[in-house]
Write a protein that binds this ligand. Structure first.
Ligand code: FAD
Ligand code: NAI
Length: 462
């Protein structure tokens, strides 16, 4: 048993970042993790492995589709799936051991095992009970289940199973056209699978800017993904090697069946709080099963905080990280802050899709007057040279003040380009501020400047 200033439960991007920041602020800190490796969903079965597979499969796509035109001829690469999985595992290993190194460097104790909170100020791990002035719950999330669909992680899989399939399936059915479905659907489509995405709504990636949704779906269709929209999945039936997906079309209630070698269920994630003992402690929950917190990430039980996927807000690694840093500052007596209005979202397909702030639909709902500055990557020299001219940058600015309210990008390196706009928004910049900033040529970033120019007197290259 040991006494700590802070014990954090969970070592995902919320928990490990919080632990390191607490240590940097001079607190004695431990982090409880039940997995064999640190880093949570993100490093072990989420962001990192999915990006490794997206990268490898994108390289294949480039070789198959663009190399010859650039004068790069010869035998095109074939897929060694086992080696691709080994590369993915190696990437995970480098990242998780990196966190272990950072814990040692910052003198964060890793309490190995599953933790529970028998009472405020105490954390039980195995048979040991540790004392802590503050407890921060960062226990993350798990895939949501779907009625009638039984996951075996072999034929009917969540994202976790989809990251380690025995082989590339001939037919993959993806339930849910959200972030996971489209990222992993893209991976397998590039590797040669016939991918059909079944979505309940009439649009993909709900909540995104409608123009981006349309452009993105069109691009994915060109890449070979098939979409069945407005379809409610009723059930799946699986053998050891095959599955059937039964769905009803919402427009006419008609019944349909799809055959699949693998079914990926990607219909959202839910907070994970099992075994923590929150009921007995009387920790207040939201009606969506999240831990309820106030603006300082405090629960209703004094000394117990919560951050990351287990609380309200977008389930994103960087949102969890920001809350981790801010909560650490709160417990150290400082004033941690997260600007929830400027949290970017990125889908790492090709082209990438990125957004920050308001969508046009939100501004219309709020009755706000706004202007739109849009620029297509067709007018960007670098994008054209790199076969990456599909897509656009769209900036939304207040009609009166010109202040940037949101941005939506579909195109090359969108996930990096968005940050220039995030910084501008943090500083309360106008579209003109961006437009007057010199941007190096030839870069994709010039498209951001041109979209900002389009909010004023107009872009140059369109
Ligand atoms: P988690 O990362 O879920 O970590 C929680 C940890 O707590 C886990 O390791 C768990 O084992 C541990 N734990 C839980 N309960 C206990 C207990 N009682 N005792 C001990 N340990 C416990 N987000 C992005 O921003 N970008 C992406 O590209 C991205 N890609 C993703 C791809 C996939 C396939 C998935 C599934 C998710 C992806 N996400 C992505 C989402 C991202 O992974 C999460 O938002 C993020 O991991 C949340 O961090 P967290 O710290 O709140 O929780
Ligand atoms: P999601 O919420 O992004 O998408 C789920 C989709 O499933 C929605 O389009 C929804 O309408 C649809 N759906 C729900 N029920 C359905 C049904 N019965 N039949 C058919 N479709 C149905 O959830 P997803 O993709 O599972 O991702 C979970 C979380 O992980 C997200 O919150 C996301 O933020 C995070 N994530 C982030 C990534 C990133 O930042 N690049 C990558 C992967 C995941």
């Amino acid at each position: 048993m040991a006494n700590y200033d802070v014990i954090i439960i969970g070592s995902g991007p919320g928990g490990y970042v919080c632990a390191i920041r607490c240590a940097q602020l001079g607190l004695k800190v431990a982090c409880v993790e039940g997995r064999d490796t640190l880093g949570g969903t993100c490093l072990n079965v989420g962001c990192i492995p999915s990006k490794a597979l997206l990268h490898a499969s994108h390289m294949l796509h480039e070789a198959e589709h663009n190399f010859a035109e650039m004068g790069l001829k010869g035998k095109s690469p074939s897929v060694d799936w086992k080696q691709m999985l080994a590369y993915k595992e190696n990437t995970i290993g480098q990242n998780t051991s990196g966190i272990e190194f950072l814990f040692k460097k910052n003198k964060v104790d890793w309490l190995k095992g599953w933790g529970s909170i028998p009472e405020a100020g105490k954390v039980k791990v195995g048979d040991e009970v540790h004392e802590a002035k503050n407890i921060i719950i960062a226990s993350g999330s798990e895939p949501a289940s779907l009625p009638g669909v039984e996951v075996d992680e072999k034929v009917v899989v969540t994202s976790t199973g989809a990251l380690e399939l025995g082989k590339v399936p001939k037919k993959l059915v993806v339930i849910g056209a959200g972030v996971i479905g489209l990222e992993l659907g893209s991976v397998y489509a590039r590797l040669g699978a016939e991918v059909t995405v079944v979505e309940f709504l009439d649009v993909i990636t709900p909540g995104m800017d409608a123009e981006v949704q349309k452009g993105f779906q069109k691009t994915l269709k060109k890449q070979g993904l098939t979409f069945i929209m407005g379809a409610a999945v009723q059930k799946t039936e699986a053998t050891k090697t095959k599955a059937k997906v039964h769905y009803k079309l919402r427009k006419d209630d008609s019944d349909h069946v799809l055959d699949a070698d693998v079914v990926l269920v990607a219909t959202g994630r839910k907070p994970y709080t099992e075994g923590l003992g929150l009921d007995t402690l009387g920790v207040k929950m939201t009606d969506r099963g999240q831990i309820a917190v106030n603006g300082k990430w405090e629960t209703n039980v004094p000394g117990i905080y919560a951050i990351g996927d287990v609380i309200e807000g977008p389930m994103l690694a960087h949102k969890a990280e920001d809350e981790g840093m801010a909560a650490a500052e709160q417990v150290a007596g400082k004033h941690g802050h997260v600007n929830y209005g400027v949290i970017p979202g990125v889908i790492y397909t090709h082209p990438e899709v990125a957004n920050v702030g308001a969508t046009e639909e939100m501004l219309k709902d709020q009755g706000r007057t706004y202007k739109v500055g849009k620029f297509s990557f067709m007018g960007n020299g670098r994008a054209k040279a790199n076969f990456a001219a599909d897509g656009f940058v769209k900036i939304l600015a207040d009609k009166e003040t010109d202040r940037i309210l949101g941005a939506h990008i579909i195109g090359p390196a969108a996930g990096d380009l968005i940050h220039e706009i995030c910084v501008a928004m943090e500083f309360g910049a106008s579209a003109e501020d961006l437009a007057m900033t010199c941007h190096a040529h030839p870069t994709y970033s010039e498209a951001v400047r041109e979209a900002a120019l389009a909010c004023g007197d107009g872009p140059i290259h369109m």
